[in-house]
Design a protein around this ligand. Sequence first.
Ligand code: CA
Ligand code: CA
Length: 165
Amino acid sequence: MDERRIAARFAGFDQDGNGYIDREDFYVAAKALLAEFGVAARSERGQALFAGAEAFWQGMAGIADVDGDQRVTREEFVTGAVKRLRDNPDRFAEIARPFLRGAMAVADAEGDGVTSDTGRRILGVFGVEPDVAQAAVDALDADASGRISEDAAVRAFARYFTVPE
Ligand code: CA
Ligand code: CA
């Protein structure tokens, strides 16, 4: 993947659009998800999501915040992500797992699994374009079971960062 494409991924993480990724972006995303699915922040699922958001941010900072100022600039993201992807793409994906697990739990009120429709809703909350979200959930539900598994979501995250579209 070229640096231009990874830079485009930066916009997805910079949820508040202020030009850098920091802890707040992950909390913005978590709060938006709770609002979309009507889950209270203080609930067990809400707290798990925030814990996942914090872990995701810490993992991201560990990978990309080269100067340690608690902000990941576009340049740091491009440099850090490119290097880590070459080193170990699986580990890069694993930093997202607790957040993805938390997001899926928030969205899955009945506890009977995340449907493709719900998957599209989740991605929409994070600002993913509808056609990109559709392609993502189609790929996630490759066995057409109608449900998206956590492992499939984590793999899709890795693919998003490692495979050109
Ligand atoms: Ca930001
Ligand atoms: Ca920095």
